[in-house]
Design a protein around this ligand. Structure first.
Ligand SMILES: *Cc1c(COP(=O)(O)O)cnc(C)c1O
Length: 361
């Protein structure tokens, strides 16, 4: 067996320990004689898996009792529509557009009502987070929407926007569980789990209870109502059971590591190794404004598309894979999620140093 260092933006690296544990339970989950994949989602055993996963997530994020945790299918993209369908009571919402994912959510919301772009960083290829301390928040806006960590561009909101009393809705797909959060600052936060938590195919939404109502936009399909899923405890229909099981294992892994405070320290340490190198390198440069840098996704360039390409290929040969930047921006991107060991980041920096030296002789 030979594992690589996988810098993919998602689906992404999972903790080796978790994969091994899942492998050991593949044929016989705790004496049931079957895999979790083969189990009824209405069984006592699966009920236990689901409840434990929710409880562990609640403990990790210190989710208050007046928030529901929903395990939903359809990925982050379905939330782009579900959010306006459920929350756009006045048919007005404000969007802060800091990248492709926020833009997609904004465009989707415009199908259902008046979506206002109240700030954007598109003028500089989304390489920064705009000042959000005093935005023209619409008086009748139902919510203010952000994408908290911009996976493609490598920026992160280190300060949440001043929403002037409006509900904050946040896509946390690529920074989920990367550091502690104050859930009470949000009306709704959600993320696709395939970036920092588990396998693809599921979203976890944490929604304040009073926002979960029957009062959705006319024509909203039952399946797209938060209330349907909340009332059924995420078991309205067959859930992505195996994914919930895997996420549950990752929650336990994070708890064992010491919880989100400890996770943050570790993530900062990892990111610093890479950013420090980018700041001193003559060949590789980070592309993001320093104060807005993400701990999770680190884009960088050499300045030459040809050299970028050579680098990505050489790195892959050395077992450092998926370093190619998003197709819309080019260059390189190292996604260093929770499950990327510090050794992986060190190996990447060593390789970059060596590559730089070799190119200069
Ligand atoms: C990957 C990603 C998405 C899209 O997720 P899907 O599950 O493929 O719909 C949305 N938002 C962010 C921030 C992402 O990183």
């Amino acid at each position: 067996m030979s594992r690589v260092y996988n810098f993919s933006a998602g689906p992404a690296v999972l903790p080796e320990e978790v994969l091994q544990e899942a492998a050991s339970e593949m044929l016989d989950y705790q004496g049931t004689g079957m895999s979790v994949m083969e189990m009824s989602h209405r069984s006592k055993v699966f009920e236990g898996i689901l409840n434990e996963a929710e409880q562990d997530l609640r403990n990790l994020m210190q989710i208050p009792d007046n928030y529901k945790v929903l395990f939903l299918q359809g990925g982050a993209h379905l939330q782009f529509a579900m959010i306006p369908m459920n929350l756009m009571k006045n048919r007005v919402a404000d969007y802060i557009v800091t990248g492709q994912w926020a833009k997609k959510a904004f465009n989707e919301a415009a199908i259902y009502g008046k979506a206002n772009k109240i700030a954007s960083s598109e003028d500089e290829t989304f390489s920064y987070i705009p000042d959000c301390s005093d935005l023209p928040v619409s008086p009748d806006a139902d919510y203010v929407y952000i994408c908290e960590n911009n996976t493609i561009y490598g920026t992160k909101f280190h300060t949440l926007p001043n929403t002037k009393g409006k509900i904050l809705v946040s896509d946390v797909s690529s920074c989920f569980l990367s550091e502690p959060v104050d859930v009470t600052r949000y009306g709704l936060l959600y993320g696709g789990v395939q970036k920092n938590i588990g396998p693809a195919g599921m979203v976890i939404a944490v929604v304040r209870e009073d926002l979960i109502t029957e009062d959705t936009l006319p024509g909203t399909p039952s399946y797209m109502k938060y209330k349907i899923h909340a009332d059924a405890g995420s078991l309205y229909n067959t859930p992505n059971a195996y994914c919930i099981y895997m996420c549950g294992k990752v929650f336990k892994w994070l708890k064992k590591m010491g919880g989100l405070e400890a996770v943050k320290v570790r993530n900062e340490e990892k990111a610093k190794i890479l950013y420090d190198f980018l700041d001193e390198s003559n060949m590789f440069k980070g592309t993001v404004r320093r104060e807005d840098r993400s701990l999770m996704n680190v884009p960088f360039v050499t300045g030459s598309a040809e050299l970028d390409d050579t680098f990505v290929k050489a790195a892959a040969k050395a077992g450092l894979v998926n370093l190619k930047g998003h197709r819309s921006v080019g260059g390189m991107r190292a996604s260093i999620y929770n499950a990327m060991p510090v050794e992986g980041v060190k190996a990447l920096v060593e390789f970059m140093k060596k590559f730089e030296e070799e190119q200069h002789v």
